[in-house]
Design a protein around this ligand. Sequence first.
Ligand code: TYD
Length: 135
Amino acid sequence: MTSCSIFKFKSINGNGKLTPIEANKDIPFDIKRVYYIYGVKNDVTRGFHAHKNLKQMLICVSGRVKIKTRTIKEEKVFQLDNPNIGLYLEGMIWREMYEFSPNAVLLVLASEYYDENDYIRDYNNYIKECRKCNW
Ligand code: TYD
């Protein structure tokens, strides 16, 4: 079974704000990779894939972005618009990111190194894999 859920991180006040995130404490995995997505035009949608094993925390550290998640059972839309909110995605969740604001920076903490073989980029394959796993 896989899951997606919103995490709320600490926000420490004093001359601005500071949000610390520690692996295996504030998020449920070791961080092997960090990347960030920015400079995305408002009419562009990215993603269109699921992962076999990867766990990720998506944090919009500047601006705002919408994330649509899909499983065989349900579809959800999350708006990330606060740097102390994260969307936790386990592997087998189809995801699409869209409506990036001009200043949006989407930070991603990932549990594994980049591996193209971990991607499922075809939606029909994704549905087939879900059925194999029986959920
Ligand atoms: P991709 O994950 O498809 O981006 P998105 O889902 O946001 O549209 O990655 C885009 C390109 O960047 C693709 O050629 C793979 C490459 N890439 C890396 O080299 N390393 C990484 O850690 C990631 C996430 C992507």
